[in-house]
Design a protein around this ligand. Structure first.
Ligand SMILES: Cc1cc2nc3c(=O)[nH]c(=O)nc-3n(C[C@H](O)[C@H](O)[C@H](O)COP(=O)(O)OP(=O)(O)OC[C@H]3O[C@@H](n4cnc5c(N)ncnc54)[C@H](O)[C@@H]3O)c2cc1C
Length: 508
């Protein structure tokens, strides 16, 4: 219970990953903090439903081992990331094509250059994670990061884009199958246009090696327009970049800023898609567990904020020396009039189970043909076996935009084509629809929206950076740094005043 005279240095409003991460940074610096959360649980959008031994995330599956805040952020040392198989599988004309996997020598050289370029990038830029030994492979060990999303490969290094043929080993491992060089050449030409892989590979290698500041100085356009003007063949764009970026940005019409697309592609090139072992909610739960006992108060809705207090629906006023609003964009605008409410992308995540898992290994599968509502899908239990009971497969699929009326039937039909198997006997475990899932990032998109509104009033969350877990955590990093700088520099903001505290307590 919060006593009426309760007094802390900082009140954080919202116990999503941003609020919890900021609270961790503040309490680690010795600042007394209370996190007030309206829901009865922590985690916000990073929640996981537990049903009959399955762990069903509300969010999509697109996190990266190259998210610096995820792999290096404080409070997440115990986090284990389960990588998907390298690259992605693309479904086109009834066939599966593997793309974006590391390509041996040439890929490794490109990756090395990217690592060097990233290492010399400005401090505020995303950088590759140091290995902390907490990325656990479900199949082969994570390989070198790749900047070769669709290169030509060579006989000794193997192709970067290959038709995918499942084989027995896929049942136990995520190792991709490779077809003969001849078939690969034909497929590649069909899928991407002759000569396209080289250009695409070069473009992405350049992208990975470009310092972030230069990247962000490029002309900013809606992604769909930028894709038309970057000199890539239409088949490369439609067969690979469009489905990949649609999934990464949760944006079916690709109206997002091309800068956000560049950053997303760079994250793809520099790391591996991954899942937190055990469910998305492991991330907020780990962060919450690092806080001093009694820091987080659930079931407390904040109704107004100022630089010196918050008002709650349940416990009256709580005095403090600074407030950090760490809610979603809409709630933040309610509490902080003047803050802009962005448009949002709706996302629907559908979970199915079967005892006969499709043979696509641990890949993320994208539909290049856009022949149904599913943007991307994966046999999640192949990537993280903890998410399903033994003997059952968990298949998770994401629908972007407004879902069709009978979403489960439409998704099942589409999945039957994508996985090339009957889905009639698959069991539906959950359909999670979130109308305001991620803030839209239309151009012009400020990737570093202000987090310090006034001395004593701060804001963070994915609506201040990119609409991703990385963006939410990075905004928390920026807000906590600004707050700590103010607390350190402006003593009047922070100095304990026992007389004032006693007077407030007496008045209460
Ligand atoms: C369906 C879906 C799919 C997604 N897919 C991906 C993906 O593939 N990859 C990726 O990186 N990101 C993805 N995201 C985005 C990612 O989940 C978010 O960017 C991130 O979780 C945002 O965290 P946050 O802390 O900023 O906000 P939130 O998680 O929204 O936390 C805000 C908290 O504030 C609380 N709150 C609100 N108002 C009040 C109030 N008045 N008083 C007290 N508490 C309040 C809320 O209850 C909530 O707990 C997805 C999100 C969704 C919903």
């Amino acid at each position: 219970m919060l006593e009426p005279a309760y007094q802390v240095d900082v009140v954080v409003v919202g116990a999503g990953v941003a609020g919890l991460s900021a609270a961790h940074r503040l309490t680690s610096a010795g600042v007394t903090t209370a996190v007030l959360e309206a829901a009865e649980w922590v985690g916000g959008r990073m929640s996981t439903e537990k049903v009959d031994g399955f762990r069903l995330d509300r969010i999509g599956q697109l996190l990266f081992t190259s998210y610096p805040e995820l792999t290096h952020g404080p409070g997440l040392d115990a986090l284990v990331l389960r990588p998907f198989a390298p690259g992605v599988l693309l479904h086109s004309d009834g066939r599966h094509h593997r793309a974006g996997a590391p390509a041996g020598g040439r890929g490794a050289r490109g990756a090395l250059n990217a690592v060097r370029a990233l290492a010399s990038a400005p401090r505020s830029s995303p950088v590759l994670p140091r290995s902390r030994g907490r990325i656990r492979a479900s199949g082969p060990a994570p390989s070198a990061p790749s900047v070769a999303l669709a290169g030509t490969g060579s006989p000794d290094t193997g192709p970067d884009v290959a038709p995918y043929a499942p084989h027995a080993g896929d049942q136990e491992s995520t190792s991709p199958a490779r077809a003969s060089g001849r078939t690969v050449t034909a497929e590649r030409a069909q899928m991407f246009g002759i000569g396209a892989p080289l250009r695409l590979r070069a473009a992405l290698a350049r992208l990975a090696a470009t310092p972030v500041d230069r990247l962000l100085a490029r002309p900013e356009l809606p992604v769909s327009e930028a894709l038309r003007t970057r000199g890539l063949p239409a088949r490369t764009v439609d067969g690979f970049l469009r489905p990949l970026l649609t999934a990464l940005l949760c944006d079916p019409d690709l109206t997002s800023s091309s800068r956000c697309a560049d950053l997303a592609l760079r994250a793809f090139a520099a790391g591996r898609l991954c899942l937190p072992e055990g469910g998305a909610d492991v991330v907020p739960e780990l962060l919450a567990a690092t806080l001093p006992p009694g820091t987080v108060h659930t079931g407390v809705r904040v109704t107004s904020v100022s630089t010196t207090k918050v008002t709650t629906a349940e416990h009256g006023e709580i005095g403090c020396r600074a407030v950090l609003v760490a809610t979603d964009a809409r709630a933040a605008a309610d509490l902080l009039p003047g803050l802009r409410v962005p448009e949002f992308h709706p996302v629907t995540v559908v979970h199915h189970t079967t005892d006969d898992a499709p043979a696509t290994g641990g890949y993320l599968l994208l539909d290049a043909d856009r022949s149904g509502p599913v943007s991307h899908t994966a046999v999640i239990s192949r990537v993280d076996p903890l998410r399903a009971p033994v003997g059952r497969a968990l298949i998770t699929s994401t629908v972007l935009g407004t879902p069709p009326d009978d979403v489960d039937t439409a998704v099942r039909r589409h999945l039957a084509r994508l996985y090339r198997t009957s889905t009639a006997r698959w069991e539906t475990l959950a359909v999670h629809h979130t109308p305001e899932a991620v803030p839209a990032m239309r151009p012009p998109h400020d990737l570093r929206r202000p987090v310090r509104l006034l001395a004593g009033l701060y804001v963070c969350g994915d609506h201040r950076d990119t609409s991703t877990l990385q963006g939410a955590l990075h905004s928390a990093h920026r807000a906590a740094s600004a707050l700590l700088a103010d607390l350190g520099a402006g003593r009047s903001l922070h100095r304990a005043d026992p007389a004032a505290t006693r007077a407030r307590a007496a008045a209460a």
